[in-house]
Write a protein that binds this ligand. Structure first.
Ligand SMILES: [Zn+2]
Ligand SMILES: [Zn+2]
Length: 271
């Protein structure tokens, strides 16, 4: 959910409306400059790209196909289209780099005219580059590890370059593939913080059988997970409005934990 949530008058949303970024938050996306790679395209991706001053997108990948990560897929058209010909400017074509199983389901994202990806490929906006487990982009290696519930539902992405490792696990990460060597000892773990159980909006408490408990951990469990894989630093993203925490509240939590930071829109990090 975006913060402010449209029409919401809660403390968090009022403050975000009044103060803007970093109190305001839009959908989950990261840009990896080393590969000119955009990871996920939430609804607000066009304005996110503009305000962060990103100059090139050579590649896009998705962690999974849930709406909050793909609603802005049409950004490929926004970036590449020459409106005089309805074709892409050739030099702007984007590689759609996807784990094979996500690629196989991509056609399910449709408009009234059919699968979006078919149109995007025909017009030259994208070129699909499916891969099995691992792909190299320049000097960056990306490994996609599936999160298995009944079937692979989301992917955890591991980036390696020059002896550094970043694990990117923004959403629906349970059960986390703890046993995989690829996730061990990252220099940076970028992960959703999991469920905060106290101080929630409307004094809500998560029942034991709440659906979110099947897809994400609690905050304490996530911290434990970070310890178990030996993460040197932790960056929390995908922060929800219902957790009833402002940017200041997250900064206060970060102060209590040496290796922890909370992301905000437009944040830049170097590993
Ligand atoms: Zn609100
Ligand atoms: Zn999500």
């Amino acid at each position: 959910m975006a913060i402010p949530k449209p029409l919401c008058e809660c403390r968090i949303c009022r403050e975000a409306r009044y103060k803007g970024v970093p109190y305001e938050r839009t959908g989950p996306s990261v840009y990896l400059q080393d590969a000119n790679l955009l990871i996920d395209t939430p609804a607000e991706i066009v304005s996110q790209l503009n305000r962060t001053g990103i100059e090139r997108v050579d590649r896009i990948t998705f962690t999974h196909l849930d709406p909050d990560h793909i609603e802005g897929f049409r950004v490929v058209e926004q970036i590449t289209l020459d409106f005089r010909t309805w074709k892409a400017y050739p030099e702007k074509q984007i590689q759609l780099v996807l784990p094979r199983r996500l690629y196989d389901r991509l056609g399910d994202i449709r408009s009234v005219y059919g699968p979006l990806v078919d149109y995007y490929e025909t017009q030259g906006f994208v070129k699909c580059v499916p891969f099995e487990t691992q792909i190299t982009m320049g000097d960056v290696r990306m490994t996609a590890l599936p999160v298995f519930r009944q079937e692979p539902t989301a992917y955890i992405l591991v980036f390696e370059k020059g002896g550094k490792k970043v694990v990117y696990a923004p959403c629906d990460i349970k059960p986390f593939p703890l046993e995989e060597a690829e996730v061990r000892n990252p220099d940076l773990l970028i992960i959703q913080p999991g469920i905060f159980e106290e101080g929630l909006k409307h004094d809500f408490t998560y029942p034991d059988d709440h659906i979110s408990r099947t897809t994400i951990y609690t905050f304490d469990q996530t911290m434990e997970l970070a310890d178990r894989i030996g993460a040197k630093e932790i960056l929390f993203i995908h922060l929800e409005e219902c957790w009833n925490k402002s940017h200041d509240d997250y900064m206060a939590i970060a102060k209590e934990h040496a290796r922890v930071r909370f992301a905000f829109d437009g944040m830049t990090i170097r590993v």
